[in-house]
Design a protein around this ligand. Structure first.
Ligand code: ZN
Ligand code: ZN
Length: 416
C-alpha cells in the first residue's frame, strides 16, 4: 500500500484576469516544482460539490475527505467548535459567538468589541466558571481568535433549528433567538440561547477586565452574540469505514474550520510553529511537519494552506501570486525529502476564489495526481487551463478521495 500526501491551496483556483492578459494567478506564478511534478502526474478537474455549486471551505473539505456534504454537513457551528478544541457528540448543538459591546438597553454598539481582545481566554474562563447549566442544558464556551468564541450545548432533546441572537448590524437591539419550526426541541433550545445571552451580559458588564477596557477607552466585551447553530451528526471516522483501509492520518492546518472538519472524520491535527493561516505564514515548518509525518507511520497526510484564499477575499492579486510561489517552494522541499517511489502526491484547491469575485465560486478546480504507478499525461504545467486536457477528466465531490485511495490500494472491492 502507498502513502498519500494531499496538498490544498485554499481558494487557489481563479478565472482569467485582465491585468494578467487573460491568464490566471496559477498560470503566471513561477512554480517550477509544481509544474515538474505535474509533468509526472495525471491531471484533471474537480468539482468540490458539483458543477456551479459554490462551496464553503467546510463542505468542500467534507467532500475532499470522502464524505457527501449533503448527508454529513452539520452546519458551521459544530466544525468551528471542534476546530477550537471542543469535543462534540452527536445530538449536541454548537454555535459561533462574538464578544460584542452593547449599551444598557442591549443596543449593539460594536459587534466585535473592538476586534482586538487579548482578554478573550480569561473572559471565557470566567463564563465557564460561572455558568454550568441553563434549564438543565450543560453549557461550555471555547475561546477562539480575536473576539470569537464557540459554545456547545449538551443535553437531550436539543435542536439547531433556531435563529441567531446576533443582529449582524449595529444600532439595533440584540435579537431573540426563535424556533424556526413548530418543534418542542427548537423552542427549548431557543429559550436556552436567550437566557444564556442575558446571562453573559449580566456576568460580563461589570467584570474588572471590562471596567479596565472602558478606562482605557476601549469598547467593553459585555455580551456574547450567537449565530450559526448546528447540531452534530454522526460522522464515521475514515478509520472506521469498511470501504477504506486507513489507520493513521494527519492534517496540517492553522484554520479552525478546516481543523474541525478534519477532526470530525478522525484526523490527528497539528498546527506547526509559525503557521498562522494568513499570507505571512511559515510554510517551511509545514513542509517539515509533512516530511516527518510521512517518514513516521502516517498513511495519509493532508496539508492545508489558507493564504491563497485570504489574499483572494482581499482582492490582492500580488499576494495571491506570491502565495502560490511560496506553496511551490514548500512542495519542492517536501518532494526532495520523501520517497516518491511509495507516496502519492495530489495537488488541488478546495474551491475557486476568483480575485474579482472575492468569494468562492462553483468553478471546477485543477487537480494533479502523482503516483509512481499512474499513467501520466505529460502536461508540463499545472493550471485551471492545462488541467482541462488531463486524463482524469472531471471528478466530482467524493470521487477525488476514492481515486487517491484506489491508487494507494487502500480501498476495498465493491462486490465479489
Ligand atoms: Zn476554502
Ligand atoms: Zn474563503
Amino acid at each position: 500500500m502507498l502513502k498519500i500526501l494531499l496538498i490544498v491551496g485554499d481558494g487557489m483556483a481563479d478565472r482569467p484576469i485582465k491585468e494578467l492578459h487573460g491568464k490566471t494567478p496559477l498560470e503566471v506564478a513561477s512554480k517550477p516544482n509544481i509544474d515538474e511534478l505535474a509533468s509526472r502526474s495525471a491531471l484533471g478537474l474537480w468539482d468540490p460539490l458539483g458543477p456551479g455549486l459554490r462551496p464553503g471551505s467546510d463542505t468542500a473539505h467534507l467532500a475532499l475527505f470522502g464524505y457527501d456534504p449533503r448527508r454529513y454537513y452539520p452546519g458551521r457551528g459544530p466544525f468551528e467548535a471542534l476546530g477550537v478544541g471542543a469535543e462534540l457528540r452527536p445530538g449536541e448543538v454548537a454555535l459561533r459567538g462574538n464578544f460584542a459591546t452593547v449599551d444598557d438597553n442591549l443596543i449593539v454598539i460594536d459587534r466585535r468589541a473592538g476586534r482586538s481582545l487579548p482578554e478573550n481566554p480569561e473572559l471565557v474562563k470566567y463564563l465557564n466558571d460561572n455558568i454550568q447549566h441553563v434549564d438543565g442544558v450543560e453549557v461550555r464556551f471555547y475561546s477562539a481568535t480575536e473576539h470569537r468564541v464557540a459554545v456547545v450545548l449538551r443535553g437531550s432533546a436539543l435542536s439547531a433549528d433556531v435563529s441567531d441572537t446576533d443582529p449582524h448590524e449595529v444600532g439595533v437591539k440584540v435579537l431573540q433567538s426563535k424556533a424556526l419550526c413548530d418543534d418542542e426541541k427548537a423552542i427549548k433550545t431557543a429559550n436556552v440561547i436567550n437566557k444564556l445571552t442575558l446571562l453573559t451580559y449580566k456576568l460580563l458588564k461589570d467584570h474588572p477586565l471590562n471596567l479596565k477596557r472602558i478606562e482605557n477607552g476601549l469598547p467593553p466585551a459585555n455580551i456574547i452574540l450567537f449565530r450559526g447553530a448546528g447540531q452534530m451528526s454522526y460522522i464515521p471516522k475514515l478509520s472506521e469505514r469498511g470501504d477504506i483501509i486507513l489507520n493513521k492520518y494527519l492534517a496540517i492546518s492553522a484554520t479552525a474550520l478546516v481543523i474541525g472538519v478534519a477532526k470530525s472524520v478522525g484526523f490527528d491535527v497539528i498546527t506547526p510553529p509559525g503557521v498562522t493561516g494568513g499570507i505571512n505564514t511559515n510554510l517551511s515548518s509545514k513542509a517539515e511537519s509533512a516530511i516527518q509525518a510521512l517518514k513516521g507511520d502516517y498513511e495519509l497526510v493532508y496539508l492545508h494552506v489558507k493564504g491563497t484564499d485570504a489574499a483572494s477575499h482581499d482582492g490582492n492579486l500580488e499576494a495571491k501570486i506570491k502565495m502560490i510561489e511560496q506553496i511551490d517552494g514548500m512542495i519542492g522541499k517536501i518532494i526532495d525529502n520523501i520517497d516518491l517511489g511509495s507516496t502519492i502526491v495530489a495537488i488541488t484547491a478546495d474551491h475557486a476564489t476568483p480575485i474579482y469575485v472575492r468569494d468562492h465560486t462553483g468553478d471546477p478546480v485543477p487537480l494533479a495526481i502523482y503516483s509512481p504507478f499512474i499513467i501520466c499525461d505529460g502536461i508540463k504545467s499545472f493550471s485551471e487551463r492545462s488541467a482541462r486536457r488531463g486524463s482524469l477528466g472531471r471528478l466530482r465531490s467524493v470521487d477525488l478521495m476514492h481515486t487517491l485511495l484506489d491508487q494507494a490500494n487502500r480501498i476495498r472491492k465493491y462486490g465479489a
